[in-house]
Ligand binder design. Structure first.
Ligand SMILES: NC(=O)c1ccc[n+]([C@@H]2O[C@H](COP(=O)([O-])OP(=O)(O)OC[C@H]3O[C@@H](n4cnc5c(N)ncnc54)[C@H](O)[C@@H]3O)[C@@H](O)[C@H]2O)c1
Length: 450
């Protein structure tokens, strides 16, 4: 790629910021990355990648000459016009998004006619308008503002950056919107002058902000919907895997996000659904559907406990192995992971819990202090009365169930992701129970798109 592309700044070097920085460096931009986390910046300068994200290490290494890391904004301000903001927007106790990190950035940006903020952080609809108001009130009205929400999925973030379905750019006039589109041009399809696959959605700031919130809320709704169907299947003898397959072939429905399981987690869905519900409430509208989506998700995590009680007749003194801790495979992110709720509930009910995750160990030690962590799946299942698949990492799907059966004390396998080979488990003399799968559950190659 040519190196004559617009240099940029990236503020916040977490999952989104690092992938954005590495991605634009790959496309030829010099990228000035800024973070307030001194230790993180030191690791990045030393060539270490503080998160697990497939392909990211290679991308950062390949473009290290174009990537600059600092805790100081001055380099970014000197070299770049567009400052991508990728700081965290976690939930507050009220469910609203915590915008304090975004406001901290807004506060430190000096007055300028040459710079613009490009908001990648997920923010409530109306945030762009209030930031621009704040700029005007503080004599910083010359600063540009663009909403460019991020849609990457942890676990395939690098691929998602380089091959986006769509790029949404919202602004209300000025140079910065077009400059942002220009940066993304190589990733856009021919209709937008690019050679990639992405569709361009060029719109106003408020609509761009809402596209992001509505997209995540819709996907979360799809998951809670199929989970409720699964719960009805458990009462009626139908197999939700068959049902989802039959539903997904309807092109109006589509097969993705129809895998029933123990609920969604992660750094985005729970907080973004909550934030949209609160945003609606704050604007005077009660978003009933999202209230149900959230409640169904909470209950879904706890249904596993009920199944364990049913099979084990009480959990006091029982040993339960959790396979997987990350909120989904190919990431070490445990924010809002179902494993956190499960482990806490199991402990509260008197069970001993041993867990294993191929990459989330560091996060688990930070978030789940007393949890017993094993070095392998087989070590985790040793002497267990029951095994629960929490995260469908390929190595769990490929387990030798005869070996598992020999290591366990009991026989119960709860497949929290409907991803395991039922017949192989039963052939090993173990008792299989999935989510929404009747007694006739058969093995399926776990190939449905998620
Ligand atoms: N993680 C995802 O899959 C994903 C996908 C799409 C959108 N988003 C959104 O993108 C945003 C970032 O998410 P993330 O997962 O990358 O968060 P993260 O917590 O991994 O990273 C945020 C980074 O911002 C830094 N930071 C905080 N305040 C700062 C400041 N004032 N100046 C400079 N740096 C600061 C933190 O130290 C941290 O390194 C969030 O709004 C999130 O909702 C995340």
């Amino acid at each position: 790629m040519s190196a004559a592309r617009e240099p940029i700044g990236v503020i916040g070097t977490g999952y989104v910021g690092l992938v954005t920085a590495a991605g634009f460096a790959e496309l030829g931009s010099e990228v000035w990355c800024v973070d307030i986390d001194v230790a993180k910046i030191e690791r990045l300068r030393a060539g270490e990648v503080p998160i697990y994200e497939p392909g990211l290490q290679e991308l950062l290494a390949r473009n290290s000459g174009r990537l600059h890391f600092s805790t100081d904004l001055s380099g970014a301000l000197e070299h770049a016009r567009l400052l991508f903001v990728a700081v965290g927007t976690p939930p507050t106790y009220s469910g609203d998004a915590d915008l304090s990190a975004v406001h901290a950035v807004v506060d430190v940006i000096p007055a300028s006619d040459r710079h613009a903020l490009v908001m990648k952080s997920t923010v409530p609809c109306g945030t762009g308008a209030s930031i621009r108001r704040a700029f005007s009130e503080r004599d910083k009205g010359g600063l540009g503002y663009v909403s460019c929400p991020e849609f990457l999925k942890e676990g395939s973030a690098v691929r998602d950056f380089l091959h986006p379905d769509r790029v949404v750019v919202g602004d209300d006039g000025g140079w910065a919107g077009e400059a942002t589109v220009e940066l993304y041009r190589p990733l856009l399809n021919g209709a937008h002058g690019g050679s990639g696959a992405g569709e361009l959605v060029r719109t106003d700031v408020a609509s761009a902000e809402m596209v992001k919130l509505a997209s995540n809320a819709f996907l979360a709704t799809k998951i809670s919907f199929i989970n409720e169907i699964a719960n009805v299947c458990e009462e009626t003898g139908a197999d939700v895997v068959e049902v989802a397959r039959g539903m997904g072939l309807d092109e109006r429905i589509g097969p993705k996000f129809l895998r029933a399981g123990i609920g969604f987690g992660g750094s985005c869905f729970p907080k973004d659904v909550d934030a949209l519900k609160q945003l609606a409430g704050n604007s005077g509208y009660h978003f009933q559907l999202l209230t149900a989506v959230i409640e169904v998700n909470e209950l879904q995590k706890r249904r596993v406990i009920g199944k364990l009680h049913k099979h084990l007749g009480g959990l006091v003194g029982k040993r339960v192995a959790l396979l997987g801790l990350a909120f989904k495979p190919n990431t070490d992110d445990m924010r809002e992971a179902s494993s956190l709720v499960l482990a806490a509930r199991l402990n509260a009910d008197g069970a001993a819990v041993t867990a294993y995750d191929p990459v989330a160990e560091e996060q688990a030690r930070r978030l789940m202090g007393g949890l017993e962590l094993a070095d392998s799946a087989l070590q985790a299942v040793a002497d267990a009365d029951a095994v629960v698949l929490v995260t469908e990492w390929p190595e769990f799907i490929e387990l030798d169930w005869h070996e598992v059966a020999r290591a366990m004390r009991g026989t119960i396998v709860i497949d929290g992701r409907n991803a395991l080979d039922v017949e192989a488990i039963q052939a090993a003399g173990l008792t299989y129970e999935g989510v929404g799968r009747g007694p006739q559950a058969r093995s399926f190659p776990s190939k449905e798109p998620t």
